[in-house]
Design a protein around this ligand. Sequence first.
Ligand code: NAP
Length: 326
Amino acid sequence: MLAATAVSQSASDPLSGLMLGDVPKPEVRPGWSLVRVLASSLNMHDVWTLRGVGHPADQLPRILGCDAAGYDEDGNAVVVYPIIASADRGRGDETIDPQRALLSERHDGAFAEWLTVPTRNLVPKPEGLSFDEAACLPVAWGTAYRMLFTQAAIKAGDRVLVQGAGGGVASAAIKLALAAGAVVYATSRSETKRKLAESWGARTVESGGRLPEKVDVVVETVGEATWSHSLKCLRPGGTLVVAGATSGYNPPADLGRVFYQQQRILGSTGCTRTEFVDLLRMMTSTGARPVVDRTMPLADIHQGFQLMIDGDLTGKVVVNPPKETA
Ligand SMILES: NC(=O)c1ccc[n+]([C@@H]2O[C@H](COP(=O)([O-])OP(=O)(O)OC[C@H]3O[C@@H](n4cnc5c(N)ncnc54)[C@H](OP(=O)(O)O)[C@@H]3O)[C@@H](O)[C@H]2O)c1
């Protein structure tokens, strides 16, 4: 089957380590299911793996891809919950399981025609979502859902700032916060992306720009480039939720502001399976849909990642494996 596999790592040329080619179809172990992948989507996580950040070299070669939607062996339309937790985890919080692994970390991922995952990771795909739309949700939208509703516990009328409107997680956070009745501000370096966020209902300023009021919650995935601005925009006692650091991991601490203004800084990673099911229900009830920048054949995946590395995307890139062998 065709697959995109990480075979080596390079901080300066991450895509040199991504090999597209034929690999054996995976074998299914007890308690796991085979999924015929119809759609997957790109995440910065794949780029970090190729750069050698957070992914040990002894885990290579590894088929990348954290997001998948397709059919299980019984012909059911499914979307894959992406965290593989300990078998005895039961209904606990998978995101704090020390043994957890995101799909593609310790098990082959979704950039392939076929995928195997624990059967408990299969979730019915809502009928109103296409396979391409569903494949955008597990990592980016699941992460945004937990940041907003579990960590920051936003409520209707809250003022929420989302940094970097064009990002996969950021665009999800904007749409989910709007759907929940929040007043949403968004920043972007790009006027085109700001205009798009405005068309969804957000109020926008350029990156680092002044907001007309302080906000209750900041959603931060950009990191170093926007951190100080995020803290400046947050009201005393407000909450900053951080789940990523695309522009760098070492922002100024601004400790004086944090303790004097009694700001709360919360880390967040992924979502639980329960939160993922809640997210799917919310997509159905509100009509919220992912922002798909483009779809492309799996064979063109290098081009999709180059756009992501260059910051030229708005929302998600979906890749489709070849159809003829389905
Ligand atoms: N903790 C978790 O579970 C989890 C889950 C998913 C993602 N993440 C992390 O979250 C981050 C975002 O992931 P993603 O998939 O949403 O990535 P993405 O789609 O590539 O989005 C990154 C966004 O960050 C903004 N940005 C990048 N460099 C910037 C800079 N120098 N200055 C200002 N803005 C900048 C851009 O927004 P504009 O172009 O609009 O300015 C860009 O669209 C990544 O670091 C990823 O690893 C973490």
